[in-house]
Ligand binder design. Structure first.
Ligand code: FES
Ligand code: FES
Length: 203
């Protein structure tokens, strides 16, 4: 049996079958690999990146994270632990962030779905060391109990008040009812949203 001269014959499996390659090698023919184009080489040697903004910083992610959960990327890749995992199914609101200003459940998004967008997490609400007015209202009303749901509650409230600066009690109740709180802080949450709206009106 004639050996397969690996050192002199390169058989790209995409274009030449192993069997045909072996037979050609045994007959003494030299098969040259199809040269790669420069573009192919570049594509293989570089990872394509997805870009978006997070809390004002332009960031990029490798293509391999395209289908990861945006929540996992925010917490584990960027280390922004304020955004919480609750249900992972879009039901509780613990993972709420802003995507282009809209309250969005990050557990239901992927990095690919927010490419080119601007994302703000609870850490991004603080401006120059000063708390956001909604965060101040939260403190004034002593809203948190265990605190776990509160970043999501605040992110929902901030986006809501931006679009509805003078909400009725019914509006507040309807909007905030989508964010669950196991500690039952709902009355204080509603009071804080109303206070933030009032305070903004006084500015
Ligand atoms: S963790 Fe995203 S909605 Fe519950
Ligand atoms: S404060 Fe504990 S879950 Fe809301």
């Amino acid at each position: 049996m004639v050996g397969f001269p690996q050192s002199t014959v390169r058989c790209p499996m995409s274009s030449v079958s192993r069997r045909a390659c072996k037979s050609a090698a045994e007959s003494g023919a030299i098969i040259k690999a199809k040269p790669q184009s420069r573009v192919q080489s570049l594509q293989q040697s570089m990872e394509r990146l997805m870009e978006f903004e997070i809390n004002g910083d332009l960031v990029s992610l490798p293509e391999k994270l395209r289908h990861a959960s945006l929540l996992d990327v925010i917490r584990d890749h960027f280390g922004l632990k304020g955004t919480k995992f609750g249900c992972g199914r879009g039901l509780c609101g613990a993972c709420t962030v802003h995507v282009d200003g809209l309250a969005t459940r990050s557990c239901q998004m992927t990095p690919a779905s927010v490419a080119g967008s601007s994302i703000v997490t609870i850490e991004g609400l603080v401006d120059g060391g000063r708390l956001h007015p909604v965060q101040k209202a939260w403190i004034s009303e002593r809203v948190p109990q265990c605190g776990y749901c509160q970043p999501g509650q605040i992110m929902t409230a901030v986006a809501f008040l931006r679009h509805s600066p003078s909400p009725s009690d019914a509006d507040i109740r309807a909007t905030m009812s989508g964010n669950l709180c196991r500690c039952g802080t709902y009355p204080r949450i509603r009071a804080a949203v109303a206070r933030a709206a009032r305070d903004a009106g006084h500015d």
